[in-house]
Design a protein. Structure first.
Length: 144
């Protein structure tokens, strides 16, 4: 089973357990949204249409241990961040317009900047370019 399949099953089981234990309807529950991508040289290519109505997606990259978090900004540009917390390496998760580390509570803005410690370093940013209908995430270049 791949990590993507595991997270999808975990999300479905969690949602079912919570919904079954509560009579409160859920209207805006965000989940982990993985999209298909293609590796071309040192770049991961994602179709812009993969976002649909989602403000962000997760992308697996062969050279990264954790997925890449790609955000569609309000101005139509894209930001790609490592989901590896710079404190102890746990995977950060989206939570209310920011990224939060479930291990020690570090918080990051959607541009990778530190909002709350214990981390002192921002998330790694990957250079992103838009090429027609594709988003290209550069894996080999210098991170910002």
């Amino acid at each position: 089973m791949t990590r993507r399949d595991f997270l999808r099953r975990l999300e479905a089981m969690s949602a079912a357990a919570v919904a079954g234990a509560s009579a409160i309807p859920f209207t805006g529950c965000l989940g982990f949204y993985y999209v298909d991508s293609t590796l071309v040289g040192s770049r991961v290519m994602v179709r812009r249409s993969e976002f649909g109505a989602n403000p962000f997606v997760l992308v697996d990259a062969p050279s990264e241990a954790l997925p890449i978090f790609v955000i569609r900004d309000d101005d139509g540009s894209y930001t790609a961040l490592s989901t590896r917390c710079m404190h102890r390496g746990c995977q950060v998760e989206p939570a209310g317009g920011r990224l939060v580390c479930p291990c020690h509570g570090s918080e990051y803005a959607t541009d990778g900047a530190v909002l709350k410690g214990p981390t002192e370093r921002p998330l790694r940013r990957f250079p992103v370019s838009v090429e027609g209908e594709a988003i290209a995430i550069e894996l080999a270049g210098p991170a910002r």
